[in-house]
Write a protein that binds this ligand. Structure first.
Ligand SMILES: [Zn+2]
Length: 182
């Protein structure tokens, strides 16, 4: 069988073709009926978190990873077993099966932050918890002086550079996480 990519085709290189194919399959996933069923069966009415909102109650959900309650717009349907990579012909079958051969039991409804942390965990091999903390640190340090304020608010003397402060925040977040468990 001939490959669809190559000179004088819309995909000069193999990776161009696989980028295109991943895009196609992502679209198939975005309007997948099982995914929509999950959204529908797991949503519930929650108090409107928007103080300027007109309705007192809106559709929301409980994140299956962090347990937080969010408006449904923050919900992402996640594969418990990730679809993985699709960079080669040999990846196609496994990727499509993991992505689309699913029932509601293979999926979970999570918030955007948890979804990002799960995706990062897949990519880096770090645990979900480590990724969640990394994300929190990035958000805290994105604001100028935000890390110093954050540490002072927790009675920690901020270190002299952002690298030290990053580690201080990480240590503190782990501590808070472990305290939550007790
Ligand atoms: Zn969450």
């Amino acid at each position: 069988m001939k490959s669809p990519w190559g000179e004088d085709t819309p995909w000069p290189k193999k990776n161009n073709f696989f980028t295109y194919l991943r895009g196609c399959l992502r679209k198939a996933w975005s309007n997948n009926p099982i995914k929509l069923q999950v959204l529908k069966s797991k949503r519930k009415q929650i108090a409107n978190p928007n103080p300027n909102g007109k309705k007192p109650m809106v559709w929301g959900f409980d994140c299956e990873m962090c347990g937080g309650t969010f408006p449904i717009s923050n919900g992402q349907v996640d594969h418990i077993h990730p679809a993985g990579k699709l960079n080669d012909v040999g990846d196609i079958q496994g990727f499509v099966e993991r992505l689309l051969f699913v029932t509601e039991d293979d999926l979970r409804l999570v918030c955007k932050d948890c979804n990002n942390a799960l995706a990062m965990s897949d990519k880096t091999g770090k645990t979900y918890e480590e990724c969640l903390i990394d994300k929190q640190v990035i958000a805290i340090q994105k604001v100028k002086g935000g890390d110093i304020k954050w540490l002072i608010a927790r009675d920690v003397t901020p270190g002299k550079n952002s690298k030290i402060r990053k580690q201080q925040i990480i240590d503190r977040l782990w501590e808070e996480k472990n305290n939550d468990r007790e």
